[in-house]
Design a protein around this ligand. Structure first.
Ligand SMILES: [Zn+2]
Length: 682
């Protein structure tokens, strides 16, 4: 093995050598960054994948699992590993030149995967497989792969495939341009003096000094506009800014979106679907557009009574300063909500931070996950990673190693700046251990700074940990192609969103949230107050999400020439939210998800509904114990992508998901004890 033969084999080495510490190989990221060695690993994996495909194609005679599915899956395993590694290095490597080379390698790996997805010979070979004696997971795997091939148009004639290729190239260009138009169209308003910033925090005012002409500029960038919409007392300023914000990329993206809708419509119809929404749902839990429409209808029915109660409270709050008010404008929502949170739910998020120093939170989350999922975690201090701050952890099940993960948790120049879980290796039973990395940006503790976290950060940490456990516990399959989180794209956020609920439990929080100076556990009363403040506004938030979901669906549900974007956007806002839209705005032009998610923006709420339904199955007085957690692990996580997510859900709930638990979650704020509300008022 060359010195570059690295981490991908390390897990196997570790297992092979059992208890004895193996002599550690220098890894590609542990020593001085060696981009050439890294490129060689990725290239070798892509070549090994191609080699497997060549072998598969060359087979003469009847197609068997052994001569066809085995090399196909081996190709996926190899190419995925190359792709994951390139993507990971692109996101986290400390060296900029290394990251640039990783970008190139990512493109190379993507091109190999795309070519494979369009390979007709491979499709025909898989379609010719005799699966009569195969197990259910293998049959499901092949069926799903064939569907993906057909959705790419592999079984169409040459002229149709050439046209599809052209349309897909057009679409890629249109999507990129649509997103760039949004990013490029920074708008701003000018104000005469800092007096117009009344209500904003001092550090915000300090950051916005007057220019040479004495005027202050406020842009539509998030860190500029959101504080004004939330805290700014000057209503005219909020309105002016909102008007600019909801006109970004207009009119450019009006015409471009029409074009994109047309391109997608043509792709869908060439492939035999009546709309893009139908086509795009075909490999997802939703299955077709009608189910998205039904979901929107049911979600709206569940949200609307609670949203009306919340709206009445918001309107009462507005009337305190404007007794004649009869409606709330969209641009006022954030400000009035903040006023209400202070007057009725007195809760200052700063009061929680001292209980959340990073080190305790990390330990708490690891301990909680270990108890919940019946595994143990063991840090491997001698297995270095790509940066000295990154920790390597092994996952043990009954004393046996079942996976590995890396924690890259603090900001670093050039690193991915949000929070995510990325796959490193797909688990294949007896062949390859699943590996993943959490990439986050939480405060870093130092000798003088405990690294106090926001409560939202703690939720994010556990959310990403949910993806991680799904990848690892679901990564014990016979095939790489059905390992871990390789399932319908509209199920992926359900397990992670469910874990966020666990962290809201006062018992769970008290087990690790201890004051960084006194060691005192977080008071139950504070947790209750925090949860109550967080619960207010869920239904009006849901209503807003429904309007976006409906827009995403309505834009792609039919023939593009029949769709008037302004009319559809206005109608969906009016129909699903209770707030009054501002005339002359065109939010669809800057709603970036219409290009990326296209008709599948429903995913987020769809999974939240499932997450709440799942969570109701646990014993809330004894969350981490009882039989719930292990049953959840066995029934939902362990199957990975070996069966349809609709079946996973049914197997766990005993029925398909419904709105009952979600409706209860939305109305939770109205169920709190009066005692809490009294304390909150003090
Ligand atoms: Zn997520």
């Amino acid at each position: 093995m060359s010195r570059a033969a690295c981490f991908v084999f390390l897990a196997i080495l570790l297992v092979a050598s059992a208890a004895a510490q193996p002599s550690l190989q220098p890894t590609v990221w542990a020593t001085k960054p060696d981009a050439a060695a890294f490129e060689k690993i990725v290239n070798d994996k892509l070549a090994a994948g191609q080699n497997s495909i060549d072998k598969l194609v060359a087979v003469k005679g009847p197609r068997t699992i052994e001569n066809t599915l085995v090399p196909y899956d081996e190709a996926l395993r190899q190419v995925n590993a190359g792709n994951y590694l390139a993507n990971l290095m692109f996101q986290v490597h400390p060296d900029a030149a290394f990251r640039d080379r990783a970008t190139t390698m990512t493109q190379k790996a993507t091109a190999v995967l795309t070519a494979l997805s369009l390979n007709r010979e491979v499709y025909q070979a898989l379609a010719a497989l005799d699966l009569s004696k195969a197990d259910a997971a293998t049959r499901y795997y092949v069926q799903r792969q064939l569907l993906e091939f057909r959705l790419a148009g592999v079984d169409k004639d040459d002229a149709t495939r050439a046209r599809l290729k052209q349309l897909n190239d057009d679409l890629t260009g249109e999507v990129t341009l649509y997103e760039r138009n949004i990013a490029d169209d920074q708008r701003s308003v000018e104000i005469a003096s800092a007096a117009e910033l009344d209500g904003l925090p001092q550090d915000y005012i300090d950051r916005h000094k007057p220019g040479a002409d004495g005027k202050i500029t406020i842009t539509t960038d998030y860190p500029d506009i959101f504080p004004v919409l939330k805290f700014g007392k000057n209503e005219a300023l909020r309105k002016r800014l909102y008007e600019q914000f909801d006109n970004r990329a207009y009119p450019k993206n009006h015409d471009l979106l029409q074009k994109m809708m047309q391109t997608r419509y043509e792709i869908a119809t060439l492939l035999g679907y009546s709309s893009w929404a139908d086509y795009y749902a075909a490999d997802k839990m939703a299955v077709n557009g009608q189910n998205i429409a039904n979901f929107i209808r049911d979600l709206n029915a569940a949200a609307s009574p609670v949203a009306q109660r919340e709206y009445a409270m918001l309107l009462a709050e507005k009337k305190k300063s404007d007794p004649s008010a009869t409606e709330i404008w969209e641009y006022e929502n954030s400000y009035i909500r903040e006023q209400l949170r202070r007057s009725q739910y007195y809760f200052d998020s700063q009061s929680v931070r001292p209980y959340l120093p990073y080190a305790s939170v990390k330990k708490g989350i690891i301990d909680t996950a270990a108890q919940l999922f019946h595994v143990t975690f063991q840090e491997e201090p001698n297995v270095p990673a790509w940066d000295p701050s990154v920790e390597t952890w092994d996952v043990m099940d009954n004393g046996k190693m079942v996976g590995r993960f890396y924690l890259d948790m603090h900001p670093r120049p050039g690193k991915f700046s949000h929070a995510e879980m990325v796959q490193v290796l797909d688990g294949v039973r007896g062949k390859q251990m699943p590996e993943a990395a959490l990439i986050c940006n939480f405060p870093k503790p130092t000798a003088t700074d405990a690294g106090l976290m926001e409560y939202g950060d703690v939720q994010t940490f556990f959310h990403e940990f949910g993806h991680l456990m799904h990848h690892i516990l679901g990564g014990q399959q016979q095939w790489a192609g059905i390992s871990g989180i390789t399932m319908e794209a509209d199920f992926g956020e359900a397990p992670s969103q469910m874990l966020e609920e666990f962290i809201r439990s006062p018992q769970v929080l008290a087990s690790f949230a201890h004051h960084y100076k006194t060691g005192e556990p977080i008071p139950a009363e504070l947790v209750a107050r925090m949860n109550r403040a967080a619960a207010f506004g869920r239904a009006t938030y849901t209503a807003a999400q429904i309007s976006y979901t409906a827009l995403s669906y309505d834009v792609y549900k039919g023939k593009p020439q029949d769709i008037d974007l302004d009319a559809v956007c206005l109608a969906d806002t009016k129909r699903y939210t209770l707030f009054t839209p501002l005339p002359g705005t065109h939010m669809y032009a800057s709603f970036g998800h219409l290009s990326g998610y296209s008709s599948a923006y429903y995913t987020y709420m769809w999974d939240l509904v499932i997450a709440q339904d799942f969570f109701q199955q646990f014993d809330h007085s004894n969350l981490l114990n009882g039989e719930g957690p292990m049953r959840y692990r066995r029934v939902v996580l362990e199957p990975g992508g070996s069966m349809s997510a609709n079946d996973l859900v049914k197997n766990f709930l005993g029925r398909p998901q419904n709105m009952t638990a979600f409706q209860r979650w939305m109305g939770e704020e109205f169920e709190f004890q009066p005692a809490v509300s009294k304390q909150a008022g003090n």
